[in-house]
Every structure is written in C-alpha cells, then in structure tokens.
Unconditional design. Sequence first.
Length: 67
Amino acid sequence: MTTAGGLVFFADDSGSFEAVEAATGRPLWHFNTGQPMHASPMSYSVDGVQYVAIAAGSDVFTFALPH
C-alpha cells in the first residue's frame, strides 16, 4: 500500500509489517507481529490523524502516522 506522503507499507513472510520510502526503498520502520498476515495493509483517517492497519493471525494491528 502506498500513501500520498511517499511511504510504502507491506508485510513480509517472517510476520513483519514494514514501511519504506517510496522513492528510494530505504527502510523506515518495521513491527514484528509474530503471526502470518491475512490481509493487505489499509489506511484510514480519523479527526485528521492517518492510521495504517493490517490483519495478522487473529489480531488487527493499527498504527498512527506522525503529522
């Protein structure tokens, strides 16, 4: 999933949810869920704050993006 701010979010086979810079592929962030992913990442906004989420195992992990 890509964002208008130039980020790419994806899951890898080891159970990590990751973000890279779209223009360069430079790693920016990762979070190890420890579970297999069951969906593609998604993004939504609430009260001007953008969030990204992904389903892994029986959980949904959600993270707020900085302004």
